[in-house]
Design a protein around this ligand. Structure first.
Ligand code: KG4
Ligand code: ZN
Length: 352
């Protein structure tokens, strides 16, 4: 029997099993990660190698450096993940991997590694969309969370409001028309002379600042649930440069708090409107920006007032990791969404 036939049979069999343990690999951007996840909900191990120090020198991710660093780290991360889970490769039931969206060279490392493992071990190969992984980080944090719910995915590359109608069934309600929220945070942070990636540092600075210190414009978007952050970013950059030229001093804490308030306000207003209009009782946040303290607090207040249950990924699961890919892979396996060895990296892969 060919690999494809063997794995089709194995994948069918796994759907009936009470315990399915998936080894997952994530390498879409600047984190090389591997994890073992049981039944899409329980993390047995979660190894993450952050490449941030390698890229910080250049003020952003350098794709060529990222690809090389993934090649160096991926086997080590797989070994870490297996060791932490107390498992051998043979004991793993299937291999899940991020195949897009992301940097092509970076994705290729994870995809090649996952394909090699799947082929050598005769295990089903499960392709995962990175954005879906971020959403599934909530299944790992909140055992009671089930679709349907609304999810705001805000990361360095994406800002989407999605209706999660069922496992793997998504409807796009709105998305950014230009910059992603994380990208805007990072660019504003650069103006405040914070090192890359500035989002978390800007968040920290904002905690002691006055959010009303610098009034910033609200964006108008064609779609009622769409975002736009490029005008806000430009207004912030212009305001800080004007102040510098005129010798006007404003505390960096106040600038950070004002910018964060403007981004959070846009994300909150549109997402809460989507939740109200669609009469959902459950709302989840996902992606790197969901670690933002102002965003978490603002959604906490708004959801409490609206009687909506709020789901937040644990902080270590907000950024890129492989446990979230292992969760998404499990639900894909249940739907029979496995790949053969022709699987390729898809840098511009869409979720919907
Ligand atoms: O999801 P993620 O780790 O990678 C992508 O898939 O893009 O998101 C990274 C983004 C970066 O732009 C980073 O600055 C931002 O998330 N981020 C934050 C915070 N933590 C991470 N932005 C604002 N506040 C934070 N606390
Ligand atoms: Zn991500």
């Amino acid at each position: 029997m060919s690999y494809t036939d063997i794995c089709r049979e194995k994948a069918e069999h796994l759907k009936t099993q009470a315990r399915v343990r998936i080894l997952a690999i994530e390498s879409s951007c600047d984190e090389t990660a591997a994890a073992v996840v049981e039944n899409g909900r329980v993390i047995l191990s979660n190894a993450v190698f952050s490449q941030i120090p390698l890229h910080a020198l250049y003020g952003g991710v350098v794709p060529e450096i990222a690809s090389r660093a993934h090649v160096d780290a991926v086997d080590r991360m797989v070994d870490h993940a297996l060791g932490e889970a107390g498992m051998t490769l043979e004991q793993v039931d299937a291999i899940g991997v991020t195949y897009g969206p992301g940097l092509v060279g970076a994705l290729l490392t994870g995809v090649s590694c996952a394909k090699a493992l799947a082929f050598a071990l005769d295990k089903p190969l499960i392709p995962v969309n990175h954005i879906e992984g971020h959403i599934c980080a909530n299944y790992l944090t909140s055992p009671d969370l089930e679709p349907p719910f609304i999810c705001l995915v805000a990361s360095g590359g994406h800002s989407h409001i999605l209706m999660v109608e069922d496992y793997g069934v998504y409807r796009l309600l709105g998305c950014t028309q230009d910059d992603a929220a994380g990208e805007a945070f990072d660019k504003a942070a650069r103006v405040l002379h914070l090192p890359y990636p500035g989002g978390p540092l800007l968040d920290k600075l904002a905690q002691t600042g006055d959010p009303a210190a610098l009034p910033l414009p609200k964006a108008h978007t064609p779609g009622e649930y769409d975002f736009s952050f490029s005008g806000l970013k430009t207004a912030f950059i212009n305001a800080t440069h004007n102040m510098e030229q005129k010798g006007v001093e404003m505390k960096p804490e106040d600038l950070a708090a004002s910018f964060q308030h403007a981004v959070v306000d846009a994300l909150l207003t549109k997402t809460m409107k989507a939740a109200r209009d669609h009469r959902v009782r459950r709302l989840a946040l996902a992606g790197g920006v969901s670690a933002n303290s102002g965003l978490r607090a603002a959604f906490g207040d708004a959801c409490q007032k609206a009687g909506i249950a709020l789901y937040l990924p644990r902080l270590e699961l907000c950024g890129d990791n492989a446990a979230m890919i292992g969760s998404a892979a499990y639900y894909r396996l249940l739907r029979g969404e496995t790949a053969d060895l022709s699987l390729n990296a898809r840098p511009a892969l869409r979720l919907v």
